[in-house]
Design a protein around this ligand. Structure first.
Ligand code: HEC
Length: 306
């Protein structure tokens, strides 16, 4: 050990880096022809069998998919689709109006309370007025009786049916799903819901749709229990926007996106802050790393035999 002495020379690392080094290694011979005859046959068999198996698996997987018959929704240019774009809150407000006047006849939104609308689509006074339009069963009072009172901000949206059985009975056996999280619960999100709402058409020749069902190419199975819920001028918007079918569908989908993801705008704002913070801190950290490591990176270790 004593024969070797490590000499550390600070600042002369550059010289070491620039000395040309030629590394000789024995070349690995991996070619197919260098294998013995029997190994060649074995390798070829393995290759053919595994390629064939993969091809077969792919074909089977594709051939048994019934979803091939379904029309996939296109991607629509939602104004909130960009990584930094917020929801269109005027559209959320119109969408609530559509839900209230059209969809709420059949669909519940049991995870939304009136207070959730405050500051999103309506002012507090407006939401209070909206809530007071409904009657809520409350109680019991001091004599043990249930009573009804006007709704409050803390009440949840009223349900159209008291239980799923009643909902099915009123809809030919089909259950209208709760819409609170529907855009997260379906593949394609709001693109799917928009396509579904606007996609009703005549069944193609040879396709029979059972009594009480409607043909919709976007719905899995193509026969849906929901009658076409919207059409041009189905309602009159409070803000005067022309209520065309696609406008109504777009607004209700924006509203449903907000309902399923109330943190949407906050999430994107946090993302923006994170990006800005990272952009600031990365060069700083890089500078500090160079600073801290400069002692180690620029030293030279040499061994001098005695
Ligand atoms: C007359 C009652 C009725 C109205 C009004 C109505 N729906 Fe429906 N909806 C249904 C029924 C019933 C189903 C279940 C259909 C099925 O499973 O075949 C359904 C299903 C749905 C589905 C789920 C489709 C799927 O992929 O499972 C969505 C989304 C939907 N409705 C959205 C809406 C929207 C948005 C509105 C308002 C513009 C609306 N509905 C108005 C009765 C209604």
């Amino acid at each position: 050990m004593a024969a070797l002495r490590a000499v550390v020379q600070a600042g002369s690392g550059r010289a070491l880096l620039s000395t040309p080094r030629i590394v000789h290694t024995s070349r690995a011979n991996m070619s197919f022809s260098s294998l013995s005859r029997s190994k060649q046959v074995a390798a070829a068999t393995v290759a053919v069998v595994s390629a064939g198996g993969a091809g077969l698996a792919l074909m089977l997987q594709q051939s048994v998919r019934a979803s091939d018959l379904e029309l996939h929704p296109p991607q629509y240019p939602w104004s909130h689709a960009g990584p930094l774009s917020s929801l269109d809150h005027a559209s959320v407000r119109r969408g609530y109006q559509v839900y209230k006047q059209v969809c709420s006849a059949c669909h519940s939104m049991e995870y939304l309370a009136f207070r959730n609308l405050v500051g999103v689509s309506h002012t507090e006074a407006e939401v209070k007025a909206l809530a007071e339009e409904i009657e809520v069963v409350d109680g019991p009072d001091e004599s043990g009786e249930m009573f009804t009172r006007p709704g409050k901000l803390s009440d949840y949206f009223p349900k159209p049916y008291s239980n799923p059985e009643a909902a099915r009975a009123a809809n030919n056996g089909a259950l209208p799903p709760d819409l609170s999280y529907i855009v997260n619960a379906r593949h394609g999100g709001e693109d799917y819901v928009f396509s579904l709402l606007t996609g009703y058409c005549e069944p193609p020749a040879g396709v029979e749709v059972r009594e009480g069902l409607y043909y919709n190419p976007y719905f899995p199975g193509q026969a849906i229990g929901m009658a076409p819920p919207i059409y041009n001028e189905i309602l009159e918007y409070d803000d005067g926007t022309p209520a065309t079918m696609s406008q109504v569908a777009k607004d209700v989908c924006t509203f449903l996106r907000w309902a399923a993801e109330p943190e949407h705008d906050q999430r994107k704002r946090m993302g923006l802050k994170l990006l800005l913070g990272t952009a600031l801190i990365t060069p700083l950290l890089y500078y500090m790393k160079r600073h801290r490591w400069s002692v180690l990176k620029s030293r030279k270790i040499a061994y001098r035999p005695k």
